[in-house]
Write a protein that binds this ligand. Structure first.
Ligand SMILES: Nc1nc2c(ncn2[C@@H]2O[C@H](COP(=O)(O)OP(=O)(O)OP(=O)(O)O)[C@@H](O)[C@H]2O)c(=O)[nH]1
Ligand SMILES: [Mg+2]
Length: 460
């Protein structure tokens, strides 16, 4: 599972700016007003060999008012959830009593901590960090979050000693399936039904625990590993307990999975949180299946209408198979797993360069790419750049000018040609470098012609 790094510090030290720099997102709220981050923010940081989950927290103060007390509680949770901590201070402000307070909290947690000194751009690093040794958190790490200086080395330092998750191939544990969704949509019921019906591979051997996060099982002769987000098997009567929703466990499960089943409740319209979960799965490139649960509870005459409403709200994930199931009665669960096998096969499909190039040529024949300043964008050939999700790399000229609509067209063409259902498809482009670019004294053939024409004209 991905390690979790929490960013803590007093208000306005630049935690959210650092979060954005680490995760490459602009999602977290950044502003000049202290205390703006009232909640925790989560993101994937993939700029180092070992990826991790980063948690941004609100600023910590010692004598807290009402809102600040909430923030302290939030930060306490973040510290608890984290494997490692970054205490962030402001190198331009020097050590403050609030910094002392945060440092003390961090030390008390007993977790590995790195002290990071922000806003040091243009400063002598030794001088910038000197004052902060007194916080007793070891050698301070200077950086500038806003200018992306020292951010990667901070990530490397905080993740030191960790190794990336082994990419244990499909032959080891079969298809890795994560079941995620908002609380009480029926994830536990679905998982318990599946695990109850099928042979649990590891549990048939002595000495294995039933509380494992990775649960291997077999169904219809196919091997799977279920990734448990909630310690589900420990509960005997899952329907009576209110599930806790853990963002970290959900993100870790998405990261570890080949296929993600997002469970929704047929009684709800598609909620904001459902949409953002789906968005995260798509962004991470995982194969995706949608399961609308508790379908048994919907009166027959309402089903068409509800089905329509749900489909309308999910158009951005229309490549994903949509199932209407009853986890309680087991209806639709067989079809759900047939889909798991299909989307996994699609996500792992091997596509040869000649095949990919032929499809590209046919696509261009029916729809030419547009002209840019009188020259047509050329797409020459394609090769496969990855699996789960399938990545198709297209080589050509001026590809940076290719309109988004044309890129979407190509994704759809490839999706159809290779039957890539249920998986995000990434098409990326490489332009051949203009050998004359940047060489001032060398003229392109075009420029040479133009000069010759001019010289001819002047002679006349
Ligand atoms: N000069 C400089 N300013 C920075 C740097 N990083 C952040 N800032 C500025 O510091 C201010 C606070 O940044 P935030 O990222 O919102 O700080 P925060 O710690 O998340 O603040 P709270 O969430 O309110 O506690 C903003 O004005 C940022 O532009 C940096 O590397 N250099
Ligand atoms: Mg913030």
């Amino acid at each position: 599972m991905l390690p979790v790094v929490a960013l803590i510090g007093r208000p306005n030290t630049g935690k959210s700016t650092l979060f954005n720099a680490m995760t490459g997102t602009r999602d977290a709220l950044v502003a000049d007003l202290p205390g703006l981050t009232r909640d925790r923010q989560y993101g994937f940081a993939r700029r180092t060999e070992v990826p991790c989950i980063v948690v941004d927290t609100g600023g910590l103060v010692e004598d807290a008012n009402e809102i600040e007390t909430l923030m302290v509680a939030q930060t306490d949770r973040a510290i608890e959830e984290a494997d490692r901590l970054v205490v962030l201070v402001d190198g331009r402000a020097g050590v403050t009593p609030q910094d002392q307070f945060v440092a003390q909290l961090a030390r008390r947690s007993g977790k590995p901590v790195i002290l990071a000194v922000n806003k040091t751009e243009g400063f002598d690093h030794d001088i910038a960090v000197a004052d902060f040794h007194q916080l007793g958190l070891g050698e301070p790490h200077p950086l500038s979050a806003a200018h992306d200086q020292g951010v990667i080395s901070l990530l490397e330092a905080i993740l030191v000693g960790l190794v990336p998750d082994p990419q244990d191939g499909p032959e080891m544990h079969g298809i890795r399936v994560a079941v995620i969704g908002r609380p009480n949509v029926g994830k536990s019921t679905l998982i318990n039904r599946v695990l109850g019906e099928n042979r649990l591979v590891a549990f048939d051997q002595p000495g294995t625990t039933r509380d494992a996060v990775f649960v291997p099982f077999e169904r219809d002769g196919e091997r799977y590993t279920l990734i448990d987000t909630a310690g589900l098997r420990r509960r005997s009567r899952v329907e009576d307990t209110i599930e806790k929703f853990s963002v970290i466990k959900t993100l870790q499960a998405i990261e570890s999975a080949n296929v993600v089943i997002v469970v929704m409740d047929a009684h709800d319209t598609v909620a904001e949180q459902d949409a953002s979960l789906l968005g995260t799965v798509i962004e991470q490139g995982r194969a995706l299946i949608l399961a609308v649960n508790k379908w048994d509870n919907i009166p027959t005459e309402q089903r068409d209408l509800i089905r329509q409403q749900i489909e309308q709200r999910l158009t951005f994930a229309d490549f994903a198979p949509l199932h209407f199931i009853s986890a309680r009665h087991g209806s639709g669960v067989g079809e759900l797993f047939a889909s798991v096998r299909k989307v996994y096969a699609a996500a792992m499909r091997a596509m040869s360069t000649p095949e990919l190039t032929r499809v590209l040529e046919t696509a261009i024949e029916s729809h030419q790419p547009p002209l840019v300043r009188g020259r047509r964008i050329k797409l020459r050939y394609a090769h496969q750049g990855g699996r789960n999700p399938p990545v198709i790399v297209i080589h050509g000229n001026q590809t940076e000018h290719l309109p988004d609509a044309y890129k979407r067209y190509l994704v759809n063409v490839y999706r159809k040609a290779f039957d890539l259902m249920g998986t995000p498809v990434r098409v990326t482009f490489r332009s051949e470098v203009n050998p004359f670019a940047g060489k001032r004294n060398v003229l392109t053939p075009r420029q040479v012609k133009k000069r010759k024409r001019l010289i001819q004209r002047n002679k006349r």
